[in-house]
Design a binder for this molecule. Structure first.
Ligand SMILES: *Cc1c(COP(=O)(O)O)cnc(C)c1O
Length: 481
């Protein structure tokens, strides 16, 4: 296959033909000692061949535009193309971050207004849009908490509590910010165990990092008690709002008692992700933490919008310039297009899709937690495993049917976990098709387990040698010598 795809070069073939130089050569040309001795060995191909090469390569990948993508906790939903179009408008796209503020009043107004929308959505008064992605927002949030305690002279708060269901970035961020991570076990219902929490909190607690619903897709019903325990111990509550489509418009982290929150704009607020493109993040906090927010902040004055650098207690900058502007434009357009009611409906639909699918699959797969789920749910493949078909095998087999596999083996508290997030943008027909595929694979695990074990069968490459890929990565095409 590699030969077919990559070896297109024919001597002398060209994609672009430029006329001979008819102006004097530049005096600033590259000095002779830096010039190549020989021309680079680039593929020699026509324009059409280049085009076909990349289009065909793109078709080998799975993407949301091609098929269902229920990758739990990643919110791989459809992002309306109109928001990409808005971000690509010349007035947005051609802005330069060093332009004087008088020339970019519209952009600053957009940022300022978006800060206000996010503040309303999360129920916290102060917002920055500077961080570039979710984990970056977590870091920003924990640095706020650290600066807050430092300013109070409360230097003994060195611990951050994280439940065993937490997204991996939470403990990683806490450790990176110099905190000690204390893990607490979930109870049998998959929720924060209040007794374990009471045991863990104390005068050394800086914060607890939670997401609600948690990564099992379950709503922490006792969140009011959780916040009381933590606040009474003098600690703060950090809300991981990466997947806000579970609660947007229905309940607000600020009202649940959280002090700091981050949102992944590229999960909930309409930025395509998963292909390594830029992300965007909002971090919101209470008034008491606002002085520590990264600088600059976009503020509104009688003379218009400007950057406020005069923030002596700020943790400083966390990113060059002010966030990823194109992502902020998409989030702004998405929120405007939906309005208050529309955003509520997004969450209701995300919850409905997940519960519908969960119920359909519960006859064939183990559902470890009995209460209804929010925007996603976790199944165990333990029944199939007992037949010799692992969750990894099921994930690979799904690829044969043209759908992306769910997140697997996470959260760690569920054996053979399959974490499924259908999102609000899929039709009932697609959900039914997916359910049917899962049932088919369950049948295969009984009748022809090798079909599942040896999957995938129809993808451009078969099962990869993951150990070799990690140890001897082959990352670059090289011309045949
Ligand atoms: C995706 C996700 C993150 C990390 O977000 P990035 O933008 O990938 O850094 C953090 N927490 C949860 C719950 C997530 O789903």
């Amino acid at each position: 296959m590699e030969k077919l795809i990559f070896e297109k070069s024919q001597p002398g073939r060209r994609a672009i033909l430029l006329p001979p130089l008819d102006v004097p050569e530049s005096k600033h040309a590259i000095p002779a000692q830096f010039l190549r001795k020989e021309p680079p060995r680039l593929p020699e191909v026509s324009e059409l061949e280049v085009l076909r090469h990349f289009v065909n390569l793109s078709h080998l990948n799975h993407c949301i535009d091609k098929g269902f993508y229920p990758l739990g906790s990643c919110t791989m939903k459809y992002n309306p193309k109109v928001n990409d179009a808005v971000a690509a408008l010349e007035g947005m796209r051609e802005l330069h971050p060093l332009q004087p503020v008088e020339q970019v009043q519209g952009a600053l107004e957009l940022i300022y207004t978006l800060q206000g929308y996010i503040s309303e959505i999360v129920g916290l008064p102060a917002v920055t849009l500077q961080p570039a992605a979710g984990a970056h927002g977590e870091m920003t949030g924990l640095l706020l908490i650290k600066a807050y305690f430092k300013a109070k002279g409360d230097l003994k708060r060195k611990k951050v509590i994280v439940p065993d269901t937490a997204h991996g970035t939470n403990p990683a961020t806490a450790a990176m910010c110099g905190f000690e991570v204390v893990e607490i076990k979930s109870n049998s219902r998959g929720l924060v165990d209040l007794d374990a929490l009471k045991e863990a909190v104390g005068p050394d607690t800086a914060a607890i990092m939670l997401t609600n619903p948690n990564t099992l897709g379950l709503f922490e019903e006792e969140i009011q008690k959780v916040q009381k325990v933590v606040h009474e111990a003098g600690g703060l509550l950090y809300y991981d709002g990466a997947n806000l489509n579970a609660i947007m418009g229905l309940v607000r982290p600020g009202d649940m008692g959280f002090d700091v929150v981050h949102l992944n704009l590229h999960k909930t607020f309409s930025t395509p992700h998963g292909g390594g493109g830029p992300g965007g993040c909002a971090v919101g906090c209470r008034e008491t933490l606002a002085p520590f927010l990264p600088k600059p902040l976009v503020v509104k004055t009688i003379d218009g919008y400007r950057f406020d650098w005069d923030r002596p207690q700020s943790i400083g900058k966390v990113k060059g310039f002010y966030g990823n502007f194109g992502i902020l434009v998409r989030a702004y357009a998405y929120i405007l297009a939906h309005g208050k009611e529309g955003l509520c409906q997004v969450s209701r639909d995300a919850i409905l899709s997940a519960n519908y699918l969960r119920n359909r699959l519960s006859r064939h797969f183990t559902v470890p937690h009995k209460q209804p789920c929010m925007h996603e749910f976790v199944l165990s493949g333990n029944l199939q495993k007992a037949r010799g078909v692992s969750t990894a095998n099921i994930a690979k087999r799904l690829l044969d049917f043209g759908v992306m596999a769910p997140t697997v083996y996470f959260p760690l508290v569920v054996p053979e976990a399959l974490m499924i997030e259908p999102t609000e943008t899929e039709t009932r027909e697609t959900l039914n098709q997916f359910a049917q595929i899962m049932v088919t694979i369950d049948e295969e695990s009984k009748n022809s387990p090798d079909t599942v074990r040896n999957a995938p069968h129809t993808t451009p490459v078969r099962k990869l040698d993951e150990a070799a890929a990690a140890r001897k990565p082959d990352l670059r095409w090289q011309p045949p010598s």
